[in-house]
Design a protein around this ligand. Sequence first.
Ligand code: FES
Length: 203
Amino acid sequence: MNLRRLDELRSPPVVGRRYLVPAVLHGMIVNIYGVWPVLLPAHADHEIGQPLRHYHVDPRFVSAMFWRWLEDLKTYTVPDGNGSVRECVAKSPYELLRHIVIEAKTVATLMPMKCEREGLQSLDGFGMLAKLWQIYGGRRCAVDKRSGGWICPHKGVSLSSVKPSECGLLTCPGHGLVISAHTGVVLSLADHDHCARTIDGID
Ligand code: FES
């Protein structure tokens, strides 16, 4: 059976179905090498002084078995960049799946994978989102030629398989920019606050 490519979908993937998913081979998460589904091309986050290139994981396609293992994990170690490691307290699987460390053998490809869950959480790591609001607020996304959906103007992640919120907003799973599903315009911080207040019934 021909599997559909995730980057050609015009709506979120269906839980339980298999797709051809962007993935990396021989990437490392919490000291485990494996085949990981990825959301973004390899990139660095210079906005927050992070020059190391890395991938973000697509949690929707992480296997149920590995997800359970992450839920039970209490601590894990990460390289500190000086040849040794430091111990960290494990939080939710979403936190643990933050970054894939790239090694010389890490290869990007497409892999058949099953959609295990809906959850896509954006990563507002290290105050990055506040900087991104200033740079990208008010900009309009380009259209993804492959899927017809919007492309986040930050690192080019396709938003076509992201589920819109009830008020029609897409939260980019890359670093959390919020975009109107209808117009493709990135909300400014003020728009976002107004929207949140409206949803909460304050305004
Ligand atoms: S890729 Fe960074 S916010 Fe969208």
